[in-house]
Design a protein around this ligand. Structure first.
Ligand SMILES: Nc1ncnc2c1ncn2[C@@H]1O[C@H](COP(=O)(O)OP(=O)(O)OP(=O)(O)O)[C@@H](O)[C@H]1O
Length: 223
């Protein structure tokens, strides 16, 4: 999906946080949102994922003006097209790893339903094979992060929004996660990542520097 933001601005509590950000994230590519701490990377990511409204400007996805969407259209976008790996991971701690990935269970909640093959693939790709029956609360910070990624893989979403994905990962898992994003993009999906990690930035086809108050167009294409 092609995500385009034009001159978007956001103020929180009366304070400008984003000022006239303009960028374009193409399908089949990874885009890094970069900038110093507090520059607004997470805020921009949340706006592009329709989690936060903008005060000015507009965002289109495949040409649709999504900044006009009401609550029902936003929910449809999240359900049908988007996957999020955010800083709090959005997991259900008391539920099993498998349930957190598939989000489906039998009526009594004892048996996880869903596509077994896709589940096995998501577990395998994130190094969580064999952990499916454990409650998410038993996982370490880095494992929770990989679980959130496993859910995105299972969902086969067309667009992936990721916030600081390598913050709690060791070197081996960091490489695995970067490979996962690269594969996501190679299969035609759009990947948007807020990050400080230069290894991720190097793996991205485009980089957008978020810096409130500076001139609008700062998109740099590495290609
Ligand atoms: N809910 C909120 N209430 C008040 N201020 C907020 C809120 N969310 C973000 N901000 C402010 O907006 C600015 C940008 O925050 P944001 O989290 O987007 O930055 P960031 O570039 O992602 O930072 P970091 O790299 O440290 O994660 C910060 O000054 C922050 O304090």
């Amino acid at each position: 999906m092609l995500v385009e933001a034009q001159d978007i601005s956001v103020a929180i509590g009366g304070r400008p946080v984003l000022d006239s950000e303009t960028l374009s994230c193409r399908p089949g590519t990874m885009t890094a949102l970069v900038g110093p701490s507090g520059s607004g990377k997470t805020t921009l990511l949340h706006c592009l994922g329709l989690l936060l409204p903008v005060d000015r400007g507009r965002i289109t996805i495949d040409g649709d003006v999504v900044t006009d969407y009401g609550a029902a259209a936003r929910r449809r976008f999240w359900r049908d097209h988007a996957a999020f790996v955010l800083q709090d991971y959005g997991l259900m701690d008391e539920e099993s790893v498998a349930f957190n990935i598939t989000m489906r269970a039998s009526p009594l909640g004892r048996r996880v339903l869903g596509d077994r093959e896709r589940l096995a693939q998501a577990l395998g790709r994130t190094g969580l094979a064999g952990r499916e029956e454990e409650p998410a609360s038993h996982l370490s910070g880095g494992e929770k992060q990989r679980l959130a990624l496993a859910r995105a893989i299972y969902k086969q979403a067309r667009i992936l929004f990721v916030d600081e994905p390598t913050a709690s990962l060791d070197a081996a898992n960091r490489t695995m996660v970067i490979d996962l994003f690269t594969d996501f993009a190679a299969s035609g999906r759009t990947v948007i990542i807020s990050t400080h990690d230069s290894e991720i930035v190097d793996a991205c086809e485009s980089r957008h520097e978020v810096a409130s108050g500076r001139p609008a167009e700062r998109l740099v294409n590495n290609q």
